[in-house]
Write a protein that binds this ligand. Structure first.
Ligand code: NAD
Length: 316
């Protein structure tokens, strides 16, 4: 089938594109290159099964052009910076909710699309009462980013039921790997590049979260996609273990070959990196495992592989 990847020049999107092409799918990317980069996909330029559209989901014409002859859409375009929630909530409203609404309207009007896969997030759960958190847990986001993802899930669920296509919301844990362009590992490397003597960690360092290697994330995404059988379904995509920010700081320092003094900003009164930062995140992946999939790399291995890859990408 013919696939459109929104946000396909981004971190996860570009890895998804690599894998889709290697499995023989035709792939078109629409991306406005706001946080993504042509560098991530340039190795496919000129391939007969690949097409790139520079376009913005805020522009209906751009979406319509990109949907021509498309059977399935992987919708990854978004502003992924959770921290922006504290200063610029309208960005998440516009880039995530309005952009998704535009995409859904275009799908409704164009017909043709049979499946929509949405990149949602563990942040929809907020501070969960149950850890590992199952898909059935209530949705109580504590960041506008998380709220925007929850809003998109609801819109997608209703459009799938009303307008004759199947849809999946995939709630990703922290996804890491080569080409990562935001988040804690990336930030630590930039900080240590500037000053290898000191590493400031936001929060109290006890934040503990689950990390999934991007190859695992893409593999799980396609595993669920190729088995879709309901009008609408939700899956957590994450790891079975978790790791503290303090351990991540140590792994990154080791990957860079430096021994900084690690200091903690303290963050919010309860030790979060910033308001809206979820302090403990571990998703239950029982549903995914029942389907027959499990991750290859642990959180620690994923962070280590990523730190080594980013040191090469950023320092070299
Ligand atoms: P990313 O920033 O690398 O990818 C997002 C891509 O979307 C970028 O290439 C960007 O240029 C593009 N984009 C943004 N707004 C656009 C618009 N209006 N029109 C067209 N293109 C636009 O981030 P990522 O980490 O690869 O995230 C991909 C998706 O997965 C996002 O929806 C993100 O919210 C979600 N997600 C990521 C993680 C993670 O840990 N990385 C976790 C949970 C969910």
């Amino acid at each position: 089938s013919r696939i459109l990847v929104t946000g396909g020049a981004g971190f996860i999107g570009s890895h998804l594109v690599d894998e889709l092409l290697s499995r023989g799918y035709y792939v078109r990317v629409i991306d406005n290159l706001s946080s993504g980069s042509l560098r991530n996909i340039q190795h496919h330029m000129g391939e007969k099964n690949f097409d790139f559209v520079k376009g913005d989901l805020k522009n209906i014409d751009d979406i319509n052009n990109s949907l021509k002859d498309i059977d399935a859409v992987f919708h990854l375009a978004a502003n992924p910076e959770v921290r922006l929630s504290t200063t610029s909530p309208e960005i998440h409203f516009r880039e995530n909710i309005v952009a998704t609404f535009n995409l859904l309207e275009a799908i409704r009007r164009n017909g043709g699309v049979k499946v929509l896969v949405f990149a949602s997030s563990s942040t929809v759960y907020g501070d969960p009462q149950i850890i590992p958190t199952p898909e059935t847990h209530e949705i109580r986001p504590i960041s506008v980013y998380g709220a925007s993802k929850a809003a998109c899930e609801s819109l997608i669920c209703s459009y799938a039921h009303l307008y004759g296509f199947k849809a999946l919301s995939l709630r990703y844990a922290n996804i890491v790997g080569p080409r990562l362009n935001h988040g804690v590992i990336y930030d630590f490397i930039l900080k240590l590049k500037r000053n290898p003597e000191i590493l400031e960690v936001l929060g109290d360092g006890t934040q503990k979260k689950s990390y999934l290697y991007v190859k695992d994330a893409v593999d799980a995404t396609l595993y669920v996609f190729e088995r879709i059988n309901k009008t609408y379904d939700v899956y957590n995509i994450g790891n079975e273990d978790w790791i503290t920010v303090r351990e991540i700081a140590e792994i990154v320092a080791e990957a860079m070959g430096v021994t900084p003094r690690i200091i903690y900003s303290g963050g919010t009164p309860d030790g979060r990196g910033w308001p809206g930062d979820v302090k403990y995140m571990l998703l239950s992946i029982d549903k995914l495992k029942k389907l027959g999939w499990k991750p290859k790399y642990s959180s620690r291995e994923a962070v280590k592989l990523t730190a080594n890859a980013l040191v090469r990408e950023i320092i070299a």
